[in-house]
Write a protein that binds this ligand. Sequence first.
Ligand code: NAD
Ligand code: THR
Length: 373
Amino acid sequence: MPVTRMLQQVAGQMLGRPACGCWTAGPPLRFLGTSPRQIPADANFHSASFSGTDQPRVLITGGLGQLGVGLANFLRKRFGKDNVILSDIRKPPDHIFHSGPFIYSDILDYKNLREIVVNNRVTWLFHYSALLSAVGEANVSLARAVNITGLHNVLDVAAEHSLRLFVPSTIGAFGPTSPRNPTPDLCVQRPRTIYGVSKVHAELMGEYYHYRYGLDFRCLRYPGIISADCQPGGGTTDYAVQIFHDALKNGKFECNLKPSTRLPMMYIDDCLRATLEVMEAPADSLSMRTYNVNAMSFTPEDLAQEVLKHVPEFQIVYNVDSVRQAIADSWPMNFDDSNARKDWGWKHDFDLPELVTTMLNFHGSDTRVAQAN
Ligand SMILES: NC(=O)c1ccc[n+]([C@@H]2O[C@H](COP(=O)([O-])OP(=O)(O)OC[C@H]3O[C@@H](n4cnc5c(N)ncnc54)[C@H](O)[C@@H]3O)[C@@H](O)[C@H]2O)c1
Ligand SMILES: C[C@@H](O)[C@H](N)C(=O)O
């Protein structure tokens, strides 16, 4: 018997499917143990549990971070305020609490998560809870729990309840042995941060649940995201958010990365639109389940030059943080997102000049900008 056929047969026996290599439903095969998280092997989760005319019922985990509030506002415009539930383990400020449904959800508490999904008839889940790259290195065991154990809970709840699941990955899912300029979707991924390791794990587990159980898993590898309304949560790309605030407030900025550190970046509006577009893309347009998305790439020096055009007295000084610098030096400089552009029509709106103008305008009715323009 040819070796490949023999392997197919063995794999087929292990996976409860025929040796022909095709993926038809075998006899129901359950996870071992008495966990409530048992998922039939023949479950087909492809059809989300809402009809085409219904709006999805959305849950966002880790929603009080840099990206979650913006995502909730964006999705509420599309699906209605009450169809989008923001959740976190932190107490929301008044304006967020009153802007739409908010609920406590700790992703490490599986039963709590399941209760929320069931009681609210959730159909789409955006899983934003995470510890980012720099804070993750400062607390590896917590990052491992939140980013890996938490993800397992989310995957199981999503599979059990036929949810469409979005999990963001990151440029941080690549490492020093990945091609860095540009970085394609499929290449060596050997990140050297717990954040990166947990995100590669998330990509692989999500794809595995998709192929094994039909979970409708969708994932984008975000670049560094730049937004004005929320503080970043402790990442390596945070400098590109803080610079605008400091430029307008003090006229100067102390940067913790070297001037020549090139990283892929994206304005929040593009990020949120990409996220919704991939979630709404017809399943048959997705040749993959994890895509790079990108908008621009720049260095601190490039960004400072662009800020100077608006704030002529702006000064940047460099005080390099060795942990963040080592992380940035292992990450992609440019991101190849051609598959996203080809498969579901991804196209960014914001390049560096529009980003800088928008961020400065957002931060300031400030006289510095007004005087310079
Ligand atoms: N911001 C970026 O530049 C960027 C880039 C790439 C990918 N991402 C990804 O996007 C997602 C959102 O990023 P962000 O910048 O908003 O992160 P953030 O750090 O600002 O927010 C994360 C949130 O997770 C919450 N959280 C922590 N532990 C939790 C727990 N046990 N249960 C529930 N929630 C918990 C925190 O309270 C926090 O509000 C993350 O998964 C991140 O990896 C972000
Ligand atoms: C790039 C991204 O994942 C995050 N902003 C970080 O720097 O950790």
